[in-house]
Design a protein around this ligand. Structure first.
Ligand code: FES
Length: 104
């Protein structure tokens, strides 16, 4: 099973942590286990509280319905749901993005 390096960043919050996440693990779950506080609400892909923006690499959040919350441009900009997001490669993710979804 592949394991990926997932870097979580947020300049405003001073967050810059890298965690190791298996390809079948959810990024939010592993971050929590590592005591990194990320926002969430439903934990099932049915809201947008956990939105992150994938800056490098790729994250698969197809276990939920991300198309309900993000349009094509926002998807292309890297917006993903981290509670159901599994890494497909090493990646860098800007966290706490829910309030900025409309910027993309
Ligand atoms: S916490 Fe609701 S979609 Fe992730």
């Amino acid at each position: 099973m592949a394991e990926y390096q997932v870097r979580l960043i947020n300049e405003n919050l001073g967050l810059d942590e890298t965690i190791e996440v298996d390809e079948d693990e959810y990024i939010l779950d592993v971050a929590e286990f590592e005591e990194i506080e990320l926002p969430f609400s439903c934990r099932s892909g049915t809201c947008s509280s956990c939105t992150g923006r994938v800056i490098e690499g790729d994250v698969d959040d197809s276990a939920g319905q991300p198309e309900m919350f993000f349009n094509k441009d926002q998807r292309a900009a890297g917006l993903r749901l981290l509670c159901i997001g599994r890494p497909k490669s090493d990646c860098t993710i800007e966290t706490h993005m829910e309030s900025r979804i409309s910027e993309f």
